[in-house]
Design a protein around this ligand. Structure first.
Ligand code: BMA
Length: 816
């Protein structure tokens, strides 16, 4: 096979302009305009408005390239476009070769007869998505979310590019993925499907390969399977037919496990077609040997929704993923890698790719395979009504086939889901019951998509919508069946104590907003903007009135913050406490509830949102809390007015002996009462260790309960609870002390306090780093050691020592 990449330098201009400017592919118009200094950064202050102007125009991209005889001599030559965003016409040597309308598709165009020896040129015209949807919407309006430009459901382009309740309106356009010429001689591999059948101590792996050939001679098919230890097994067929199955039996397989349950060994599968030792075409896949099943069965509570991996029930822990950047060309492998590593660091075992963005790149799934993150993959439909015209149906059918075939072999792929919130929207959002569109819904998500899954990836479970109970508009938000999106806390303004009223079977969305980190805010504001109700701060808040909502919740919980940074900090603590409240409750009921995926992991620009990591990659308090509340073994306290139930949830594969040492303490950390509880906690179970009653001892406003968990004698983790809202607790000045020592690869920080300190935050003045723990509580007399690995430091320390850069505060400091 011959490959000729057309990525790299191109020229670009608006069709109403004369001058061509430099462009880079993969990329986009916005990206090129930014690089060329033609527009200001759309993420800065209120520059977003200018982005809209950009997308009103049509653009053309062009490139000259050189073709050799060798390429022309191939039997087949195609132009492969892995991402055209979105409405395009493609010309090769001034001949129109295609019209496209779906950014999610991979297009292959036969170009053999159009290419010529020597100089060739390609031109791609991209038409304004805004003009297109405006016209469509005028003719026949379709319902969608209010924050996005009306008419977006008409175009197969990431919905959130038109705006969302966390995203700016930047409907960029361009050649957003690889563009390549591919040539084959004699034969080429068309499709490879890998199937696993798990038996007692072996896995039967069937590799089904289809190929095309243009010669009469025999073609040899060779398949190699390389184990994680490097042992290779080879099988071949001398006179291969166009559709062949080769079967390997792998004895004593090394199973792939999600993070927290085991390791992630990967096997490599190489498929080659040859003619007398000459390789004509080759494809390589990395696979993991595992089973993933979803138990969705009637039981005493309703209908379960549980992931089972290799026969083990898994409590799903993770978050919802949205596109990483509103200017897609600014994403990078290294940023994605860091994000996935941050998930692992916070003990995730699952990530849900939300249906309003785009299908991630291959490397996203490769990282999930490598680190053990199960992918819940939505198809790209969300919160809207769709008109299943013939053209739309053809386009999404091909989109779905392209993406199933691209993604299906990944070990991490756990589930395909039809859409985000379309079924529940039809039932709960008061949409007019338009029967043609309701029928279209059933046809697309309950007939066409499951049939396509059945044909191309029958091993993977298909779920019609998130949330759903049984499909077919049958009570999709039923708390006792299937998955649930729970938004009464936040959108419904209910207090987060409300989470405890529900034992959902699987909560695939629930969330709470906070502001991004102060350092991130500084990147898009000038000092006068730094007030949460300023024009610029409200511009960077896409959920209507939500800065006020944060303050409403804050008023219930904390004292009025003394300054802007204190408000940012308390907003993050509030968010972290809210999500922790829900997750700990659901994990205490492992069995009935089997998953919690909070909304949302990341941001696509600097914004106030539900994310736990902000656009600049900074961990909010929530991400540090997540690391604790998603720990495989979790100590949690269910406090009531004057009592507390102590729980240990064991999501490891071993039974453990847990010892909890508890201390009821005053605000000076003086111990009022203490005790020890010992109990065995079985693998994959939650246990109430003990209920403590404190009626006689509780001076509520200055008493807290602290628990330390030891597993087989070794310290594991701690937790504290108050018995009043923090705003009413009588905190004393903790006078926190730090002692820093430098080791070869890390800084060690010993933290101590004179009185009880809550939510101790550590930060560096200018730089960034990851702390081994943050936003923790500390009692007087204790020393807590925090580690900062030097390789997590963002850059040089500007002449200051690490200690000089270190800043610390606790809740006490925010109002004093
Ligand atoms: C969920 C998501 C998104 C939305 C989020 C916050 O419903 O599916 O559509 O951004 O809530 O409102």
């Amino acid at each position: 096979m011959l490959t000729y990449s057309l990525n790299g330098k191109w020229k670009m201009r608006a069709t109403n302009e004369q001058m061509w400017m430099d462009a880079s592919v993969p990329g986009s118009v916005m990206n090129d305009l930014l690089n060329g200094g033609e527009i200001a950064d759309p993420f800065y202050r209120d520059n977003e408005d200018e982005a809209y102007e950009v997308a009103i125009h049509d653009y053309e991209f062009k490139k000259d390239f050189f073709i050799t005889d060798e390429m022309l001599a191939q039997d087949e030559v195609i132009l492969r476009c892995e991402g055209l965003d979105t409405l395009s016409v493609v010309y090769l040597n001034d001949t129109k070769i295609a019209t496209t309308n779906n950014m999610h598709r991979t297009y292959n165009f036969d170009v053999k007869s159009i290419l010529k020896k020597g100089e060739n040129n390609i031109k791609i015209t991209l038409y304004s998505p805004l003009k297109y949807i405006e016209n469509k919407q005028k003719a026949e309006p379709l319902i969608g979310v209010d924050e996005a430009v009306a008419g977006y459901p008409y175009i197969r382009k990431a919905h959130s590019m038109f705006g969302w309740d966390w995203g700016p309106i930047i409907p960029d356009l361009g050649i957003w993925r690889n563009i390549t010429l591919l040539g084959w001689n004699k034969a080429r591999i068309d499709d490879v499907y890998i199937k696993q059948e798990h038996q007692k101590n072996s896995v039967i792996v069937t590799i089904q390969s289809k190929f095309d050939k243009w010669i009469d001679e025999d073609i040899q098919l060779e398949v190699k399977v390389k184990s994680p230890d490097g042992l290779t097994d080879v099988k071949s067929i001398e006179r291969a037919q166009k559709d062949e199955r080769i079967v390997f039996t792998i004895e004593n397989p090394q199973l792939w496990w999600p993070n927290g349950y085991g390791s992630q060994p990967l096997y490599q599968v190489d498929v080659e077609i040859k003619e007398s030792e000459f390789i004509l075409d080759k494809k390589t896949y990395k696979i993991g040997l595992r089973t993933i099943e979803i138990k969705n069965e009637p039981d005493q509570w309703g209908k379960s929704f549980e992931f089972w991996v290799n026969g083990i029930s898994l409590f799903a822990m993770g978050a919802n993923y949205i596109p990483e950047d509103s200017v897609v060309a600014r994403t990078s492998k290294s940023r994605t890698k860091r994000l996935i590593q941050d998930c692992i660091e916070a003990n995730f075992n699952m990530i849900r790719i939300w249906g309003g963005g785009y299908y991630p790149d291959d490397y996203f799934y490769e990282l999930c395979d490598q680190y053990g993150l199960i992918v819940w993959q939505d198809f790209m439909f969300a919160c809207s009504v769709y008109d299943l015209s013939d053209g739309f149906e053809r386009s999404v059918t091909q989109e779905v086939i392209d993406n199933i075939k691209r993604i299906r072999h990944h070990a991490s792929l756990g589930l395909w889901c039809g859409n985000n919130e379309v079924e529940s929207a039809w039932e709960d959002w008061g949409w007019p019951r338009h029967s043609k569109y309701r029928t279209d819904y059933i046809k697309l998500f309950e007939i066409i998509l499951p049939e396509l899954i059945n044909e191309h990836d029958p091993e993977t479970f298909y779920w019609p919508s998130s949330p759903s109970s049984e499909g077919s508009f049958l009570d999709p938000s039923n708390p006792n069946k299937g998955d649930v999106h729970y938004w009464d806390v936040w959108h419904g303004l209910k207090p987060f104590t409300e989470y405890r009223k529900f034992l959902f079977r699987f909560c695939s969305e629930f969330g709470f907003q906070s502001f991004p980190s102060t350092k991130t805010i500084k990147t898009f504001t000038i000092p006068e903007d730094r007030n949460v109700f300023s024009y610029v701060m409200e511009k960077h808040q896409k959920n209507d009135g939500a800065n006020g909502k944060i303050l409403t919740y804050l008023a219930d919980t904390f004292l009025y913050p003394k300054d802007f940074p204190s408000l940012i900090y308390t907003s993050q603590i509030l968010q972290a406490e809210a999500i922790k409240y829900g997750v700990e409750h659901w994990r205490r009921h492992r069995g009935q509830c089997m998953g919690a995926l909070y909304w949302q992991l990341n941001d696509c620009w600097p914004v106030a949102s539900w994310s736990s990591i902000d656009y600049d990659g900074r961990w909010k308090a929530l991400h540090y809390f997540t690391k604790r509340f998603y720990a495989p073994i979790l100590l949690s306290i269910r406090e009531e007015k004057d009592s507390a139930e102590i729980y240990v949830t064991n999501d490891s594969l071993e039974d453990v002996n847990g010892t909890v040492i508890w201390k009821l303490r005053t605000n000076t950390s003086k111990i009022i009462k203490e005790g020890k509880i010992e109990n065995k906690v079985s693998a994959l179970k939650a246990k109430e260790m003990k209920k403590l009653s404190f009626e006689d001892h509780l001076e509520r406003r200055k008493t807290y309960l602290e628990c330390h968990l030891y597993i087989t004698g070794e310290y594991h983790s701690s937790a504290t609870v108050l018995f009043v809202q923090p705003k009413h607790f009588q905190f004393l000045n903790p006078n926190i002390k730090l002692n820093v020592t430098e080791k070869e690869e890390a800084f060690m920080i010993n933290v101590s306090a004179e009185n009880f300190a809550k939510y101790v935050e550590m930060d560096l003045m200018e730089e960034d780093c990851t702390f081994s723990d943050n936003y923790f509580d500390i009692s007087a007399g204790d020393v807590k050691t925090i580690m900062v690995k030097k390789d997590t430091l963002s850059k040089q320390m500007n002449g200051k020592t690490f200690k000089e850069q270190l800043v610390i505060r606790s809740l006490f400091d925010c109002a004093n």
